[in-house]
Ligand binder design. Structure first.
Ligand SMILES: [Zn+2]
Length: 162
């Protein structure tokens, strides 16, 4: 599996996306949480390389497109390649992993700030609407992903404020 494995600030990410030729049709965004805690990410116990190995062991040829961390936005699978992250939802989507576990509490701080910036950038690039944000659990009801605490109503109200 080829991954980009590069961390961008939200401004760098916006420039990257604006300047990128995308030849795949994008009609939705699918949100995830990694479930591993942000604490483990900060300690380096989990990382893009860690997930790359995990996905390769499953035999996947691609993964999600982005991992949003407090330090920035990690490019994982190239957006021009269909990702592997949400079963039937893989086609036409960009898969975004928020670092952390959001079953008990909502994403906050830098992670949520960066996620919102990513969503706005992708909305502009692909002319998406609030209703084009989907959750992993819609495609796999055995999962709570992106976390039980995260609801459509909350995400939409947060984005509308920008
Ligand atoms: Zn997920």
């Amino acid at each position: 599996m080829e991954i980009i494995n590069q961390c961008l600030s939200k401004i760098e990410f916006a420039e990257y996306i604006e300047g990128k030729m995308i030849d795949r049709e994008i009609d939705k965004i699918i949100l995830h949480h990694t479930w591993d805690t942000n604490d483990r990410w900060q300690k380096g116990e989990v990382s893009c390389d860690y997930y790359k190995n995990m996905y390769e062991e499953k035999g996947w040829k691609s993964g999600p497109h982005l991992f949003v961390a407090p330090e920035g936005i990690w490019l994982f699978t190239d957006i021009n390649i269909q990702g592997t992250h949400a079963n039937q939802g893989n086609k036409g989507s960009i898969g975004i992993e928020m670092i952390g576990r959001y079953d008990e509490s909502l994403p906050s701080g830098k992670i949520w700030e960066n996620t919102k910036a990513v969503l706005i950038t992708l909305f502009k690039k692909f002319h998406l609407k609030l209703t084009d944000i989907h959750f992993h659990r819609e495609y796999n009801p055995t999962k709570s992903c992106p976390g039980k605490a995260v609801t459509k109503k909350w995400v939409r109200s947060e984005i509308k404020q920008i």
